[in-house]
Design a protein around this ligand. Structure first.
Ligand SMILES: [Fe+2]
Length: 460
């Protein structure tokens, strides 16, 4: 495969002149290494080394549900015993679709000739065949392990010899948080949707200054940015000056596309320490030109003390903030575009070679570089390195902290903000020596010391 960076370089070697549309009229090809996730593709092999959600638990009933994931056609169902099965769509006998199958007490029965399958792909019965037929032993239906967790159904679609532990993160079970599942569809490649979290400057423009204020006015302040690169994930710190307060927001993406967004309705105006995720989301490829976000919105006093979130709007193809789905008038989309319009209008698959990235796109570049590295590692036969190793509960860094630290005469304010962010993250990382409530207590206590020590305040 030709290195995509070479393709990009070549595409850029073209006349650059005013009224030069003629020279720019063609479009470069997409980057197949990062964007194609079907069976046996490099990114597809990489994706098939992780657990990720494929639907909501409430979608899995005693009626078979056809699903397309990583360009594979599948059926998901729940049998009478409550077992959730994820099987290849086409029956192993004559390939009729199991979306027309009949769910039994145990397994799903193909409507064509009555073959009965268990959730692990075992052929339980081949009723039309003579007694003693070896078909039940010889044939297996393609099946994948699933795990239901807090209203989401997760699958692992890789080789069983590399099955990782089901990863549990600290934000899955926080005091004062209630997780409400939802799912949104996007008619475009997964990567351009997933990149959003590592593109924090879009919140200043898309969500605040260019259209309407979609969240809080203070989101229109340009933050001091820092992106932190890592082998298993990235995090960014966005540090805002809001009057006499400094607000440090940390957002994180664990590879491939597992992301965490900080407190949603945060204004940065009131003192607070280590508020956690308001969205825990995975961006999952359906096929190369369709994807979905499967996620939890976090509600409850610890993340949304003023109760601004709207729980009843959080469900399939709906979430309680603007511009996330196609369900808007075209007029409204044009007047006040949101994430959906931004990501989908890029096209079915982004053409990275046609982009001109700048300093603020560093997070996007890191994400692409790291994904490429991971994809190539798997292609070279190396095992995937999972976030936080085998820790039973994996610590995430997503957080919001707001502290009263006024501007100083003796220091550039951007430098002050960068130093505060550095100190906040030093403490958050030090928290890795602890787990659960102990970790949270350690981090909050030490963040509060930044203020009580007057560490960043002069003249006390
Ligand atoms: Fe956004």
């Amino acid at each position: 495969m030709e290195d995509y960076r070479e393709i990009t370089k070549k595409w850029r070697q073209r006349p650059n002149e005013n009224y030069g549309g003629y020279h720019l009229a063609d479009r470069p090809a997409p980057d197949p290494e990062l964007t194609e996730t079907g069976p046996r593709t490099p990114a597809g092999e990489y994706w098939r080394r992780f657990w990720f959600p494929i639907c909501l638990s409430e979608e899995v009933t005693n009626r078979p549900l056809r699903k397309r994931i990583l360009s594979e056609d599948l059926v998901v169902y729940r049998d009478g015993e409550g077992n959730c099965g994820l099987l290849h769509l086409h029956c192993s006998h004559r390939n009729m679709s199991l979306e027309f199958g009949i769910i039994e007490e145990r397994g799903i029965r193909c409507a064509y000739h009555g073959w009965l399958y268990d959730y692990d792909g075992t052929v339980i019965e081949t009723p039309g065949e003579p007694a003693g037929s070896p078909l039940c032993e010889k044939v297996k239906q393609g099946a994948y392990p699933v795990r239901e967790f807090k209203g989401l159904v997760f699958a692992y679609m890789g080789p069983m010899s590399e099955l990782p532990d089901f990863p549990i993160y600290d934000t899955f079970d926080l005091d004062g948080h209630e997780l409400v599942p939802y799912r949104l569809s996007y008619p475009c490649n997964y990567l351009q949707v997933a990149e959003n979290t590592m593109d924090p400057i879009h919140t200043v423009y898309l969500h605040t200054l260019v259209g309407e204020t979609q969240f809080e006015e203070t989101w229109g302040i340009t933050p001091v940015l820092k992106f932190n690169d890592g082998e298993t994930g990235l995090y960014s710190t966005l540090t805002y000056r809001v009057d006499d307060m400094i607000w440090v927001r940390t957002q994180q993406t664990v590879f491939p596309t597992f992301s965490h967004v900080g407190a949603f309705w945060e204004t940065g105006k009131e003192e607070k320490y280590f508020l956690r995720s308001s969205i825990t989301k995975w961006t999952v490829p359906i096929d190369d030109t369709n994807s979905m976000i499967i996620a939890w919105r976090h509600f409850g006093p610890a993340i949304d003390p003023d109760g601004k979130g709207k729980r009843d709007e959080v469900k399939i193809e709906s979430v309680d903030f603007e511009g996330q789905t196609e369900a808007r008038d075209y007029d409204e989309m044009q007047r006040n575009p949101g994430d959906y319009e931004a990501q989908v209008s890029i096209g079915p698959i982004a053409r990275h070679a046609a982009e001109n990235l700048g300093k603020t796109d560093q997070g996007v570049m890191m994400l692409r570089n790291r994904l490429r590295r991971g994809i190539r590692d798997v292609a070279n036969g190396n095992p995937v390195v999972h976030y936080d190793g085998n820790k039973p509960i994996k610590n995430l860094y997503t957080q919001d902290t707001v502290m009263p630290i006024p501007k100083r005469d003796d220091m550039d304010d951007d430098e002050l903000m960068a130093a505060v962010a550095e100190e906040v993250m030093r403490i958050v990382r030090e928290g890795d020596n602890f787990a659960g409530a102990e970790r949270e207590a350690f981090i909050i206590e030490n963040l509060k010391k930044i203020k009580s020590d007057n560490r960043f305040v002069v003249g006390e």
